[in-house]
Design a protein around this ligand. Structure first.
Ligand code: AHR
Length: 543
């Protein structure tokens, strides 16, 4: 079909095949065919909030094959390892500069008793992991193994404590064991278990999803416990802990409000650098594209399923805005952090795998869910202090998948978005103004902008992120770069042959980044051709 014919025939099309992948019968109204150029103005000389590197954080739970088989294979494994921890996984994650790792859960955190996971492995008691497959956990990966992993990764520890079935004393002793330097009882116990120096633990979670798997509590009851437990998570030996209260799911603003009420007027009258008793509140939000019982398969979907999911991904922006606004009322100076410590896509498990292990494939669709989230994170960097993808290996929207039989490892399309965005870590967000020529597309009444963008500046360079949501149409973007002189550019693109392509041990690079040459200089900046269904970053050298 010629371009002209396409233009005539494709003003707007209805993508109505959503029910085919079990998602729902919603309909998407989309322009098709070649899209007119979009204009993107970037104010490079107006640095705003710092995009904390912790917005690129990670989460690893005792769930399915995340810890066992994913990170930890034991010293006797044929898979190359250091003290039982997979070398290839460590190398892949070091390349992402992962800023923090949250552990041991998730729901598992509220039934985990840390003293069962220290000392000689053969003497460690067993327990039942009731949330995830009802399997027996042998506690062979415990506190020392986790902190060893943290050191190998050169990252920071986020330890999640147990409020649901643990005691205040247990939590208090854990932070003492981890971080105290002198001959206190817990420091002495740590030494007896082979570790002399205390570790640094900058982040500590006060329970998890306490409205659900963490104890089915009411908001006001948990708020009281959060206040109490946080008090006993002490700063020992110069280790300063950011205590993170277990926050809301999705749009539960009442839960956030209950936690903010703990601060009363204190943050309005006398804003402190470190609010008490906790310094941050979490939020959990997953991108789910259908009813819970029928979420659809990660890699077997229609074009309609593509658009439905990406329209859901955009919801993160309003969600962050709503929770931030609820927090502003008590904390106008933004001293309490909002921590999205679980996010990502959640599909039906891969056929034939344990339903409790949450193993799913990963395609370009997941990658674009991530790039859209990151653009929103950058916009909310003034309040959002951490975000952790769920989860790093073999669970939900993973960075890495490993083969249970051969141990072979693949990097997922989502991994590559994290890699392409390293330049945003600790950079300053700058304003981006999008002008899209077409009427905003919609999916079941939800708006679906066909282009997402964000930008940041750091150390004499800038990084611009551009996501072309359209499944079949490319788009030229006219970048109007203001406030700085350009000293060169390099563009990278992530796309795939089909929307459903996956990386496998046989085809590990089916979906992987490559250099994008379709970039032209213009009097006001650059002109870039984005392929259909693609994520593009443009690195700029600035004068
Ligand atoms: O990430 C999987 C689970 O999702 C976590 O354990 C829990 O916190 C959430 O419901």
């Amino acid at each position: 079909m010629t371009t002209a014919n396409r233009r005539r025939s494709l003003a707007t099309a209805l993508v109505s095949s959503l029910s085919a992948d079990g998602a729902s019968a919603e309909r998407a109204e989309l322009p098709t065919g070649p899209l007119s150029p979009a204009r993107v103005v970037v104010d490079l000389d107006l640095p705003g909030a710092t995009i904390s590197r912790h917005l690129y954080g990670h989460f690893a739970e005792h769930l399915g094959r995340c810890i066992y088989g994913g990170f930890f294979v034991g010293e006797d494994s044929e898979i190359p390892n250091t003290r039982g921890i997979r070398d290839d996984v460590v190398a892949a994650l070091r390349a992402l500069h992962i800023p923090n790792l949250r552990w041991p859960g998730g729901c598992f955190a509220d039934e985990y008793h840390w003293k069962d996971g220290i000392g000689p492995r053969e003497q460690r008691p067993r327990m039942v992991n009731s949330h995830w497959g009802d399997v027996v956990e042998d506690n062979s990966f415990g506190t020392h193994e986790f902190l060893d992993l943290v050191e190998l990764l050169d990252t920071e520890a986020y330890v999640n404590g147990n409020v649901g079935s643990g005691t205040v004393q247990e939590m208090s002793e854990w932070i003492e064991y981890l971080t105290r330097a002198d001959d206190s009882p817990m420091a002495a116990l740590r030494r007896a278990n082979g570790r002399d120096e205390p570790w640094k633990v900058p982040f500590f979670g006060i329970g998890n999803e306490s409205w659900g798997c963490g104890g089915n509590m009411r908001a006001e009851d948990y708020a009281a416990l959060a206040r109490q437990y946080s008090t006993f998570v002490r700063d020992h030996a110069g280790n300063q802990v950011t205590r993170i209260a277990a926050g809301a799911a999705d749009g539960d603003l009442a839960w956030t409000e209950s936690l903010m009420q703990v601060f009363g007027e204190s943050l309005i009258e006398r804003p402190e650098a470190r609010p008490n008793p906790f310094q941050a509140i979490s939020l959990h939000h997953y991108t789910v594209s259908g009813p819970w019982a029928e979420k659809g398969n990660a890699a077997d979907f229609t074009e309609g399923g593509w658009y439905l999911t990406l329209s859901r991904a955009y919801e993160i922006d309003a969600l962050l805005a709503r929770h931030s606004t609820a927090m502003d009322r008590y904390d106008p100076y933004r001293t309490v952090g909002l921590v999205l410590d679980e996010w990502g896509t959640w599909w039906d498990v891969e056929p034939g795998t344990n339903p409790g292990f949450l193993y799913q494939q990963n395609t370009l669709r997941d990658a674009l869910v991530a790039s859209i989230h990151f653009d929103a994170f950058h916009r909310h960097a003034g309040r959002l202090t951490m975000a952790n993808i769920a989860q790093t290996v073999n669970v939900l929207q993973a960075m890495i998948l490993t083969d249970p039989d051969t141990g072979a490892l693949v990097l997922t399309p989502s991994y590559h978005v994290f890699a392409m965005n390293v330049g945003h870590h600790d950079a300053a967000a700058v304003p981006v103004h999008l002008t899209l020529p077409e009427r905003t597309a919609s999916v079941d009444g939800r708006e679906l902008p066909l282009l997402s963008a964000s930008a940041s500046v750091k150390d004499g360079s800038a990084l611009i992120s551009l996501t072309n949501v359209h499944a079949t149409a490319g788009r030229t973007v006219e970048l109007d770069l203001r406030g700085a002189e350009l000293r060169g550019h390099r563009a990278t693109v992530l796309t795939s042959e089909t929307l459903q392509s996956v990386n496998t041990p046989e085809t590990p690079s089916a979906v992987s980044p490559r250099e994008l040459s379709a970039v032209r200089s213009t009097p006001s900046g650059l002109e870039i051709d984005l392929p259909p269904a693609s994520y593009v970053t443009v690195q700029l050298g600035l004068a």
